[in-house]
Design a protein around this ligand. Structure first.
Ligand code: SDX
Length: 429
């Protein structure tokens, strides 16, 4: 892929670095040989200008606000596909035929239950434990139950682990929710589609009949699709780095869940809704906008800004449509939180500070409003993000494992600590 190169002069020595060209997006400077040739590292905290791998899975254009899964624009997938078909696309690279889709659906459906002994795990947690804490623990512990799918060198075991994770994450997330509210676990119902099954496991109780509203199931499925993958974000990079050491897939996904939990990443949907509630009414918005601009105040508008999208987040646009549909359906179109969200978005997008820093609503801005309207507590917002993103993490993990260039990730550093010095005895300090 290198038909161009860049010249670099260091200490009067010239070096030629290959330039690699992508299908879409910026060229990359191949620095793999730089340290060996010039004895210098590159320096890029937060990896804002560094490509960690090559990938065929997801493409983002931050300036144009574009997001493609395997080349298909997210807007088309959100309106014409469904989450399980998107899982197939992300895992295998092509849209499935009818037969392939039915086989995939059957394989996932047949793995939705968890080992019965795993129920005991939940009872070891406090009832008020955050569901993300429970999910990190239980998903990591899957490697203690599914030994026959932990050998990453066996492609069949990788496949089984992938299916198990996609199938069981909704069950585990629902169990974490039920445990936190003191209700009995609800088993998966294999007659239901993926999103309806999740809603049923969360909201049905043995004491009465529960029918999933198809419109809410469609909105839930769309939320899953919008969160399915997002190239090399923090949690995906965590999964890749964990996987590069040869760790088993369950441990890698547990690491991804832990990273996603942070409020700067997947925890932003919970933080965003809590912020909207704290704002409370439209007339208090200017006070919070002022705080977001104040360099002395660590406060940030949660649900705004993005490392890559320096225009709109295409997922936020689709999510905004869903928010209107779901709230109208539930008869809460005048939801005060939604009113504050829409007015905050309008004001922020006119404000010079946000416009100059290209801070637009991201995927987390509207998702929390929809999830709250559906009846989820804010503590369940990030677990739902985690179960949606599991397929993306797995697809990226499988791509890395299958990459012949794959080696253990080991960044270097700019050491600015003390120079070499001798130990000083207590008596001389
Ligand atoms: C996700 O990477 C992914 O793809 C993630 C994700 C995915 O699908 O995996 O898209 C999911 O994590 C979405 C992001 C959710 N996070 C939030 O909503 C939290 C609020 N947003 C910020 O924390 C922030 O915008 C980040 C972390 C998302 C991005 O930060 P950057 O790109 O590192 O930018 P920065 O922190 O360097 O900020 C640039 C400037 C700064 O001002 P200056 O120092 O230049 O004067 O913009 C300001 C920041 O102070 N700024 C904000 C702001 N975000 C950035 N000011 C107010 N409110 C904000 N939200």
């Amino acid at each position: 892929m290198a038909d161009k190169s860049a010249k670099l002069r260091i200490n009067d020595q010239d070096y030629e670095l290959p330039i690699l060209s992508p299908t879409q997006g910026p060229d990359v400077l191949d620095i793999r040989k730089l340290y060996g040739q010039a004895d210098v590292f590159t320096y890029d905290p937060g990896f804002t200008s560094t490509a960690s791998c090559d990938s065929t899975i997801t493409f983002i254009d931050g300036d144009k606000g574009e997001l493609w899964y395997r080349g298909y624009p997210i807007e088309q997938l959100a309106s014409q596909s469904n989450y399980l078909e998107v899982c197939y696309l992300l895992l295998y690279g092509e849209l499935p035929t009818t037969a392939q889709m039915e086989d995939f659906r059957t394989r996932v459906t047949r793995h939705t239950m968890v080992h019965e002994q795993m129920h005991n795990f939940f009872r070891g947690f406090r009832r008020d434990a955050h569901p993300m804490a429970t999910m990190v623990g239980v998903v990591g512990a899957m490697s203690a139950f599914y030994h026959d799918s932990t050998d990453i060198g066996d492609s069949w075991q990788r496949e089984v682990a992938s299916i198990r994770l996609i199938a069981k994450l909704p069950t585990i997330a629902a169990m974490a929710y039920k445990y936190s509210i003191g209700q009995p676990f609800v088993y998966p119902d294999n007659e239901l589609d993926y999103a309806s099954n999740f809603l049923n496991m969360c909201f049905s109780v043995p004491a009465e009949k529960y029918k999933v509203d198809p419109a809410l199931a469609r909105a839930m499925d769309r939320i899953f699709t919008l969160h399915a993958d997002h190239e090399q974000n923090a949690s995906t990079s965590t999964v890749r780095l964990a996987g590069s050491s040869g760790a088993n897939p369950f441990a890698c996904i547990a690491a991804g869940i832990a990273c996603l939990w942070g409020p700067a990443h997947g925890g932003a949907n919970q933080a965003c809704l809590e912020m909207l509630r704290e704002i409370g009414t439209v007339d208090r918005i200017p006070e919070f906008i002022a705080r977001a601009k104040d360099k002395e105040d660590p406060f940030r508008l949660m649900g705004f800004g993005h490392r890559v999208y320096k225009n709109f987040d295409p997922r936020a646009k689709v999510m905004k449509e869903s928010a209107d549909e779901v709230l109208d359906l539930l008869g809460v179109g005048d939801n005060p939180t939604l009113q504050v969200a829409k007015e905050l978005e309008r004001i922020a997008l006119e404000d010079e500070y946000f416009v100059s820093k290209k801070l637009y609503p991201n995927v987390d801005f509207y998702s929390g409003i929809i999830l709250e309207a559906m009846g989820f507590p804010t503590s369940m917002f990030t677990p739902i993000f985690a179960l949606s993103r599991t397929v993306g993490w797995i697809a990226q993990w499988k791509e890395m494992i299958g990459d012949p260039q794959n080696k253990i990730g080991r960044p270097r550093q700019l050491y600015v600590g003390s120079d070499k010095r001798d130990y000083v005895d207590f008596s001389k300090r």
